[in-house]
Design a protein around this ligand. Structure first.
Ligand SMILES: NC(=O)c1ccc[n+]([C@@H]2O[C@H](COP(=O)([O-])OP(=O)(O)OC[C@H]3O[C@@H](n4cnc5c(N)ncnc54)[C@H](OP(=O)(O)O)[C@@H]3O)[C@@H](O)[C@H]2O)c1
Length: 319
């Protein structure tokens, strides 16, 4: 392992605001606490919640400036806290830490239970894109909706970060998938991922597509976007069917009677990362990187997210 420097480069903010407040800083490398892993990051994920945090701060209200956004990433273990036994320096790891963020940097110190080993066939670029959206997709399909072989599922917003992985996990579980996406490119993208049917969420007739796909109503719906079209997707769920969405999908969908209706948050933990690793291997998951920006251009990455219609995931290239 190379020696750990005392300072590092990070994309950070000194005040809340839009992409323009995110600039390259030289900051101290984080001190590793007893239960933490110091990761030398290779790639970090960029999501709409990172832009939100740059404007509003951490949910806990404990934001301190300079604040480094970024909730996930992948790299190699640079150092371990005294209580950590699960990893060795040099291990390839990926991590998700929504609570304190800090991944738009060359190094991040992360509680060890929020760190997993990167599956062998995965490169660090794909691994860095996956923790937040992969845990969200897998937990939505497996834990919340409990999708079973032969069931019919709508994935609404299937072309984005969470959706493009959810399509693959639902297919791996043996479900039939109707994906909503937008534009020719979006529809072709979700079909390539394995969706059995696809409909344009912005211009197509979702009600008609759903009726053709599952005449008695679909068994389950995972929503990664809200709005009028989501209401049409909810209409297409069969009586006593299941509907789930991760918190952050807004406007918050209004509950309907006669349906299992669940809002959830992705959970990071030892068991969760083990399961994600197994699911990545078994499903031969493909992560689509829409665009990779250098750390110094993190502001452009946030502009790209704000522009919308990202197929797959935007990342920061750090090493
Ligand atoms: N609580 C948690 O633990 C958690 C974790 C991860 C994500 N989330 C939330 O989950 C959501 C999805 O995240 P993501 O990273 O997958 O986002 P994303 O990459 O932006 O994907 C969202 C998808 O929804 C589509 N979409 C957006 N607005 C739409 C509309 N009005 N009608 C139809 N389609 C629309 C977009 O398609 P086009 O623009 O191409 O049409 C896009 O493909 C976000 O709200 C995020 O905050 C929550």
């Amino acid at each position: 392992m190379s020696k750990i420097p005392t300072t590092m480069l990070a994309a950070a903010i000194d005040r809340f605001g839009g992409p323009e407040v995110l600039t390259l800083h030289t900051l101290p490398v984080p001190v590793v606490e007893a239960g933490e892993v110091l990761i030398a990051l290779h790639t970090s994920g960029v999501g709409s919640w990172d832009a939100w945090m740059s404007e509003h701060g951490l949910d806990s209200g404990a934001t301190r400036f300079p604040f480094v956004p970024g909730t996930d990433g992948a790299g190699v273990v640079a150092a371990l806290g005294g209580r950590v036994r699960r990893f060795e320096p040099g291990d390839r790891v990926y991590a998700y830490n929504y609570d304190t963020a800090g991944f738009y940097a060359q190094y991040a110190a992360v509680p060890a239970f929020k760190v997993g080993r990167v599956p062998p066939q995965f490169n660090l670029k794909s691994a860095g894109a996956v923790p937040t959206v992969g845990l969200t997709a897998l937990q939505g399909i497996d834990d919340v909706l409990q999708v079973k072989k032969g069931e019919s599922v709508i994935i609404h917003g299937a072309g984005g970060g969470v959706g493009h992985l959810a399509v693959q996990f639902a297919k791996w579980r043996g479900a039939r998938v109707l994906a909503t996406a937008s534009g020719k490119e979006g529809l072709a993208f979700v079909r390539r991922l394995g969706a059995d049917a696809a409909v344009d969420a912005r211009q197509g007739d979702v009600t008609e597509a759903a009726a053709r796909f599952a005449p008695g109503g679909v068994d389950a719906l995972l929503a990664l976007a809200s709005g009028e079209v989501l209401e049409r997707c909810i209409d297409a769920v069969r009586p006593k069917g299941r509907f789930a969405y991760p918190n952050g999908v807004e406007p918050v969908p209004v509950k309907r009677p006669g349906m299992q209706f669940t809002a959830y948050d992705a959970v990071a933990g030892v068991r969760e990362f083990d399961r994600l690793g197994r699911a990545i291997q078994a499903s031969r998951l493909k992560v689509h990187i829409a665009e990779a920006y250098p750390l110094a251009e993190a502001a452009r990455a946030h502009e790209r997210i704000a522009a919308g219609h990202v197929l797959g995931k935007v990342v920061l290239r750090i090493r």
